[in-house]
Design a binder for this molecule. Sequence first.
Ligand SMILES: Cc1cc2nc3c(=O)[nH]c(=O)nc-3n(C[C@H](O)[C@H](O)[C@H](O)COP(=O)(O)OP(=O)(O)OC[C@H]3O[C@@H](n4cnc5c(N)ncnc54)[C@H](O)[C@@H]3O)c2cc1C
Length: 806
Amino acid sequence: MTLSQNLPNHASVVVIGGGIMGCSTLYHLAKAGVSDAILLERNELTSGTTWHSAAQVRALRSSRNLTDLIRYSISLYSSLEQETGQATGWINKGSLSIATNPDRLNFIKRQEALAQLYGVSASSISVAEASERWPMMNTEDVIGAVWSPDDGRVGPSDLCAALIKGAKSRGAKIHEHCGVTGIKTRDDKIIGVETGSGEIACDAIAICTGLWSRENAAMAGVEVPLWPCEHFYLLTNPLDGISGNLPTLSDHDSHLYIRDDSGGLLVGCFEPMGKAIDPEQIGKDFAFQLLPEDWDHFEPMLENALHRLPCLADADIRMLLNGPESFTPDGSFLLGESAETRGLFLGCGMNSVGVATGGGAGMALAHCIVHGHTPTDLHEADPKRYPSCFNSIAALTARVPEILGTHYAIHYPGVQLHSARNLKLTPLHARWQARNAHFGQFSGWERALYFDKQQEPVLSFDKPDWFDQVGREVGYAQQQAAIFDQSSFGKIKVHGPDAEKFLNRVCTNDMTRSPGRAIYTAMLNSRGGYESDLTALRLGTQEYRLYVGTSAIKRDLAWLRRQQIPGEQVELADVTDAYAVLGLMGPETIAIAEQLAAPELNRLGYFEFCRSTLAGVAVEAARLSYVGETGWEISCPVSQAEKLLDAMVAAGAKPAGIFAQTSMRIEKRFLAYGHDLDTDMDPFQAGLEFALDWNSDFIGKAALLARRDQAPTSQLVSIVFDAIDAQPLGNEPVRHAGRIIGKTTSAAFGYRLGKPVAIALLETGTVKNLGGLKVDVDIARSQNAGTIFLNAAYDPRGSSMRATTR
Ligand SMILES: Cc1cc2nc3c(=O)[nH]c(=O)nc-3n(C[C@H](O)[C@H](O)[C@H](O)COP(=O)(O)OP(=O)(O)OC[C@H]3O[C@@H](n4cnc5c(N)ncnc54)[C@H](O)[C@@H]3O)c2cc1C
């Protein structure tokens, strides 16, 4: 390796950290032509977490693009030896998932359907066949299994050696024993790094420093909410009956994965509650080291393992390996540019899939550094998704042990995490508590999911026990008057002489409309894909307030700031915490406005707003609706929110929660970012051309013009299910004539339709005339018939929500 004293003065990109993420990123940078990229490692390559990884590679993840990253890894790991001459230790023996209860069986069958949707091989097999694939397994309580032949494992250190060889052959340099001690920025942009051996000027850095990434990123003022947990697997000496390699056995009901290792067994676990450990306790010189064994903690897992593999009772235990691995507040990793500092890229927080994902994630990170965006939408990994409240040590140490356990938990609809709660409360929280709200956490915010909770919800894939209550709340909005607490929406003040000009460039719709108008618009990237969709209130000639998604505030603010041209007179401010937003919806709202002495609200046209006083509270009321019934989204200062709510309730309105709102927005085919919209989707596919102003030169226009005359290859539609008891959750394959033609993107029971309903993204190329077509939606491998509606399945003309007394 190069000696650290030979550091260059400048490198285009400095990759910090020599684990799988750093090695893969460097390899892909070099492959992309960044031949002066360098990697700095303060100890030795792989010496952090990577060297002791169990290095299982399972392809299926929760989204197609995350799955594709691992599929890319598999193809890279199986071909790198041919390219570099260095073996990676890739072994493709498949994996076997077993179920020991009906809910797990439902869950793994949903996974099987998802695998088919994403083009990953997976099929249900009988218990007898599972037993043939794993003869040592006790199958007395096994009720089903899914076989995934493409999965495998790799040798993590060999893999990194191959990646480094490939990177060096393309000009990249590696410096071991060269720790980064400082990060230099100017005007919130990366300009260099400091090391014990000198400084290196650079244009970008990639922080790939595993569990140390939080403290490293903090050197540049960047928040990286991750924290390590202790992570265990047991190794035995060679055992009779094990010859050659076995598939990985996933017994998630027992929190276990099991495979052979050097003729013995490797038994790893994701126990229900992990053990957090302070990175300071681990230290900076933790190279090729392990944490102490903890048999008390592992014992319940050992019991489970003895049940599944009785032969373990006779095995010689070699060691209980305990290594640190970083976990994040939502269980997904961080990949992309930080919100705070330009040129600071993150590839960390791998949540125990770093080796599986590393090949693809390094490719995506290198692409992001070179091109400014990931090759496909990866919003689940966008570092800008985390609110600051998750970056505290208290929140992280409470949350990450639970996240470790969720890896093998059944993902029930409506399931909530229990740790690190109450980080962000809406101004109406106490009122909702008094009404027995069941809260759900979203992007740190506690939001009322439904009211009048009688008991802790019983989680299930069948009809949920909140079903009737949510139906009642939908009924309030449809037939009476409901109040939806939308205070968690992000809110951005855009102000200054150039505000209009700026927004006309950044937003797709015509933002020149006069004060008093609300404007629905998109922000697109230069490829024509959605960065955000939002509603703007034009408050004055030089002032707008943008309402963005609850989880979008950091990301949208960063996007807006990065579109500013030097000299442009426009100021941006996050005013989320200044305003409460109450959606007052339903036919009785017309009378309520009169009762609260604000009849002018009833004179507003659709997408108009006015300043008014409701029950003595100064508000801005915008006539628009996310649920498809007539009413207003009403903003007021947070200090006045309870007073306003009390007045609305006294006038007869009743609270409704997020579950009711979600059901209603899906019936109306109102799209949600992260579910139906993302950076890969354009307005033609989304059916949102009405929000494009072709007379303005908005970002993304050129890309859209280039394909304006071609029919989009896919389209978002609605599907109404025939069967009242179908339980779609979203992300299910949609079939026509037996062939997969797309997937559901959002789904719920539609109370106004009396049927389950979904929004779905379907191919348009092969199937003509989607409208009215009968399709099958694959839910846990059972086919559920439904009919396609090109627009909203409920009130497609919008007559309910446009009803006014004007
Ligand atoms: C017991 C166990 C089993 C696992 N099993 C699997 C599995 O089966 N499949 C799977 O996909 N994943 C698994 N993982 C997780 C996987 O190993 C990790 O996600 C992955 O190795 C993390 O790689 P990394 O590059 O992000 O971090 P690391 O490997 O920790 O590399 C980070 C590097 O950064 C260096 N560094 C830190 N600070 C600085 C600095 N200031 N300057 C320079 N260098 C610095 C460190 O020295 C370190 O070498 C397992 C993890 C454990 C602990």
